[in-house]
Design a binder for this molecule. Structure first.
Ligand code: SAH
Ligand code: SF4
Length: 345
């Protein structure tokens, strides 16, 4: 398969132009057509000479994704988009429109190797990593479709972003660069299940501009290993110590995601443990009431239990937000749509 033009960085585009015997400024022109004008065919790139466009088409495809389908969420504030890759795989992205913000939730892998027991993305066979082009195109095609700028990006779709480290870091550069989407780092959040050494590397590379969210899900070592199997390799103790350093030495803010599952991790004991960890790190906690998945037995806690859990955290001075899983009606949590599609009906 040819490489794609979407996903190119300035340096790469300059090297490409040089190889084609073109002046360096053509690189900037090409990137503007891609990342600012979102062209869907190379013919639209009017400032590029026709023979250059032909040469480019010989070695590159323009894009790696096409729209397959999209679905409106029941409440009308979320929208799910299904894309098809050139190798015929499906992937999904979700748009959440709230308070004037257009947030796109991107996928970084086809499937996920981490295999958290409550998550649809972790079920089934791992497909492959997405390229930086395929990650950024999710944002570009949605922006083009809704005719409004995407204001925020969260890496919370299918896949573990830090397990596809290079493509994720490249996407972050494409998002933030002047010649790219020119988006402020504070509008971007990377969520991870806790690949500790990669978190440290990510923080160093991004100098704290991009927000970091860590999926905690339990304050108890053995329980976390059951829910998030990577905990056996990078233990909670090790993770919290690394985050402590990141917060206190590098002065970075940390947010925790906590998927609250009935009778699994919603006890008072857990609430006390989570409060302890969050207080130590001055971290904010986002509670995500479990979004039920058809083939799994886990359940969402009743409202009073969610409230009690939240109050227990607040009583210890922890900042808490309950995230109503956006687009619950359209199965908009992590990876569920693809799971539905790729199974015979
Ligand atoms: N792999 C990364 C990012 C994608 S998942 C990570 O795990 O952080 C984004 C968030 O959705 C994670 O916190 C994940 O635990 C949560 N999640 C996955 N399945 C869910 C479900 N069925 N209900 C609620 N939250 C879920
Ligand atoms: Fe992968 Fe995140 Fe789902 Fe765990 S929660 S299986 S890390 S996508």
């Amino acid at each position: 398969m040819k490489p794609t033009l979407y996903g190119l960085e300035l340096e790469e585009a300059e090297a490409l132009m040089k190889a084609l015997g073109e002046p360096a400024y053509r690189a900037g022109q090409l990137l503007a057509w891609l990342y600012q004008k979102h062209i869907a065919t190379l013919e639209e790139a009017k400032t590029l000479p026709a023979d250059l466009r032909t040469k480019l088409t010989e070695v590159y495809d323009l894009a790696g994704l096409t729209f397959a389908e999209d679905f409106e969420g029941g409440r009308g504030d979320s929208h799910k988009f299904l894309f098809k890759t050139r190798d015929g795989r499906l992937l999904e992205s979700v748009l959440i429109s709230q308070q004037g913000r257009q947030t796109v939730c991107v996928s970084t892998q086809l499937g996920c190797k981490i295999g958290c027991v409550f998550c649809a993305s972790g079920k089934g066979k791992f497909g492959r990593n997405l390229t930086a082009g395929e990650i950024i195109e999710q944002i570009i095609w949605i922006e083009k479709k809704i005719k409004m700028p995407v204001t925020n990006v969260v890496f919370m779709g299918m896949g573990e972003p830090l397990d596809n480290f290079d493509a994720t870091m490249k996407t972050l550069r494409l998002l933030q660069a002047d010649w790219g989407l020119a988006m402020g780092g504070r509008r971007i959040t990377v969520s991870t299940s806790g690949i500790t050494p990669k978190i440290v590397e990510f923080v160093k590379l991004n100098e704290g501009r991009v927000r970091l969210s860590v999926s905690l899900h339990s304050s108890i070592e053995a329980k976390r290993s059951e829910l998030v199997p990577i905990n056996k390799k990078y233990t909670l103790k090790e993770l919290v110590e690394a985050l402590d350093k990141i917060h206190h030495e590098l002065k970075r803010d940390i947010t925790f995601e906590y998927t609250l599952i009935r009778d699994v991790n919603d006890s008072d004991e857990e609430a006390r443990g989570v409060a302890q960890i969050a207080s130590r790190l001055h971290a904010k906690v986002n509670i995500i009431p479990y979004n039920p998945i058809r083939e799994m037995d886990f359940r969402t806690p009743e409202k009073p239990r969610i409230d009690a859990f939240v109050h227990a955290l607040e009583a210890k001075g922890v900042r808490v937000m309950v995230r109503q899983t956006a687009g619950r009606e359209i199965n908009a949590a992590c990876g569920q749509l693809r799971l539905d599609r790729e199974k015979p009906a």
